[in-house]
Write a new protein. Structure first.
Length: 399
């Protein structure tokens, strides 16, 4: 397993230093700019507290949403900074920009243990463009860089890869935990090793299936992507959503990995995409014309639950049904219950925004060994890729 340079490394002295901490506090905000879900803020707290105890001057960076290089008032960091201040019980000073003389002056006036929060990085289009001058302006603000934004580490943005090319750079506690937990599960899983993949598109999970097909004992498939696999076996899927251009690929995956890929044996079908629609449970391949499959059926839940009950390593990414509609959320809720029930006996890892939302809806938040903060980043790790934000840390100078 690759050892990341960490803020806990012996010899790293941060007292009196300005430490730029790239966090993943891309939290959902309501129309007034208030924090709607503070989970990602909470996840950032341990690294910040650690640096405060070491008498660092902490400068926080994050993006929020997709403002497209423009200032969007409802996407400012003020309410995020206020919520963080409450959690830390420590003043967090929000700034009105992330570069410029005003920002430089505010940082110059910091004392040990102070925290300032730079404005939304994506108010500048140069952030996503990985602009060299923008990265240089950010790097000039600090002495040390810390990446604690696992959720954005698959992006080659200025704050992710540009800054650490210019400063001594380290992994924060959250990034370290994410990478260590996922890579340990992939490299030395306790067996049986069972993966649950859901979501709409096979195309989103091709790399994961290819990488884990030879590592996992079973890959359980749910969500709309199952219908692309059904079509590859000649099943009629009615009006269910599938990817016509990925049918042959699904066929190749089934041929390559055989019984390791487990498809649902029945589905909950509906005549409309609505809670008040007509519903019936049908066998796979027997969806009535004009109807669509919107969840895995009870027999599939039983089969999947049995596989999970025998597992000692479980990774889950993607709901297995349209959990947003209560008529079609039972399959996903049942999988959540089955996996959470194995925590303690098995290594249980879940991730992806929709997965975490479904878990919260089922009242099971916190019932898993590890809930990843990154959807896309988690998928890339599961594909066997080294994330750009991690690769640059491994190549950064730590003199």
């Amino acid at each position: 397993m690759v050892k990341l340079p960490s803020i806990k490394d012996k010899g790293l002295e941060v007292s009196g230093k300005v430490v730029l901490v790239r966090t993943g506090m891309d939290v959902p905000l309501d129309d007034l700019g208030n924090v709607a879900d503070d989970s990602r803020i909470r996840e950032a707290v341990p690294t910040i507290e650690y640096l405060l105890k070491k008498n660092a001057k902490v400068v926080l960076l994050t993006h929020i949403n997709r403002p497209g290089g423009k200032v969007v008032e409802a996407q400012r960091i003020n309410s995020t900074a206020a919520r963080l201040s409450e959690l830390l019980q420590h003043e967090v000073k929000p700034l009105s920009d992330c570069i410029g003389s005003g920002v430089q002056e505010s940082i110059k006036q910091m004392k040990n243990g102070d925290i300032v929060f730079l404005e939304n990085l994506r108010f500048h289009g140069e952030e996503e463009a990985n602009d060299d001058i923008f990265a240089q302006q950010l790097a000039k603000l600090g002495d040390i860089y810390v990446n604690d934004a696992f959720s954005n580490s698959h992006r080659s943005h200025a704050s992710m890869v540009g800054i650490p090319r210019r400063l001594p750079s380290y992994a924060g506690l959250l990034l370290e935990k994410e990478i260590c937990t996922l890579t340990a599960a992939l490299e030395k899983p306790r067996r049986p090793f069972v993966v649950v993949l859901g979501g709409a598109k096979v195309s989103d999970k091709i790399g994961v299936i290819r990488n884990l097909g030879s590592k996992a004992d079973k890959i359980l498939i749910g969500g709309a992507m199952m219908f692309t696999f059904y079509r590859s076996r000649g099943f009629d899927v009615g009006s269910s959503k599938f990817e016509p251009d990925k049918v042959s690929l699904a066929d190749d995956l089934l041929n390559e990995f055989g019984s390791r890929i487990v498809l649902p044996v029945d589905v909950v079908a509906s005549d409309r995409f609505a809670n008040d629609a007509k519903v019936q449970v049908v066998a796979a391949g027997e969806i009535p014309k004009g109807w669509m499959g919107l969840d895995i059926g009870p027999d599939s839940v039983s089969r999947f639950s049995k596989e999970l009950s025998e597992a000692r390593t479980i990774i889950w990414n993607g709901p297995v049904g349209v959990f947003e509609l209560f008529r079609f959320g039972e399959g996903t809720a049942a999988i959540a219950r089955a996996i959470s029930g194995m925590t303690g006996q098995a290594t249980t890892i879940i991730g992806g925004g929709d997965t975490l939302s479904a878990v919260e809806k089922a009242g099971l938040t916190g019932k898993f060994l590890h809930s990843s903060t990154g959807g896309g980043a988690m998928l890339e790790v599961l594909e066997g890729k080294t994330l750009p934000g991690v690769a640059v840390l491994l190549g950064a100078s730590h003199d």
